[in-house]
Design a protein. Sequence first.
Length: 162
Amino acid sequence: MARGRTMKRGLWVRLLLLGAMVLLLDGCATVSGGHIPPSAFEFHDVVDKTGPEPGGWKIAQVNILLTRVSQLRPLQAWCDVEVGVPVTNWKRAISNVTAQRRSAEAADAAAQMVLSGPETVSALACDQFRVEMLRLLREPLKGVRVTKFLTAGIEPKTFPED
């Protein structure tokens, strides 16, 4: 008889835990996927470098879709991101390959940060995304700027592509 009570109690505990897990997962499930490839950041020279001093400027413009699938905190935001870097900073020349790779890494990390947070307003999520990208890029790309689209005449890329 004691064994029967123990089995019933164990069954009720399991059912209670299973129910709690279903409720938690249903309300808090967040899905984010897809890594932003370096090729999404196509840099264009907008100011030529002249002389031996640091100088020149190149930019990449990308429309990036941030999506969080969640019943409690859904988010879908198209963020316009302009990344500007010097052609040569006071330390070294910055190649397009380096700028692309670092920008993609920062965008992935910034997207994860924003999508794991509580923000549900797209404009605020995009602002947070750009601020986090800048924070992550300041060290590896000295002189970097991350803003909304500011430079005219550049054909922006889109991620994910249409």
